[in-house]
Design a protein around this ligand. Structure first.
Ligand SMILES: [Zn+2]
Length: 113
């Protein structure tokens, strides 16, 4: 077994995870189109390039762009489900998930809470 396989198969814990940070470039692009949200990217590849952040500012910029495309309950469900599948794939057996929902203006978020 290679070191990569060993690490991938080892049980893991995520002790502080902001669910919005799990948004994959393709998800961002799809949700932006679905929700008619303007993002400064023309393609999934553009988004992927933006994910190559090199400091906190560039990370936060793409992070906040991602939060803009999350509009309704279904978006958060889909995001969380995609993360759950990633947990299974990566053998993440414990995760402590946070969300910035509390920071988003209620008017901006059309959740049925
Ligand atoms: Zn945090």
């Amino acid at each position: 077994m290679s070191l990569f396989e060993f690490i991938k198969k080892s049980p893991k814990a995520e002790l502080h995870l902001h669910i919005e940070g799990t948004l994959e470039p393709d998800q961002m692009f799809v949700l932006a189109k679905k929700n008619n949200i303007q993002i400064p990217f023309k393609s999934i590849d553009d988004v992927k390039r933006a994910y190559n952040f090199d400091n906190l500012d560039s990370f936060l910029k793409i992070y906040y762009e991602g939060t803009k495309v999350l509009v309704n309950e279904q978006d958060f469900f889909d995001l969380t489900w995609a993360y759950a599948l990633k947990c299974k794939e990566e053998n993440i057996v414990h995760t402590e998930i946070f969300s910035i929902l509390r920071l988003i203006q209620k008017e901006e978020l059309n959740l049925m809470l």
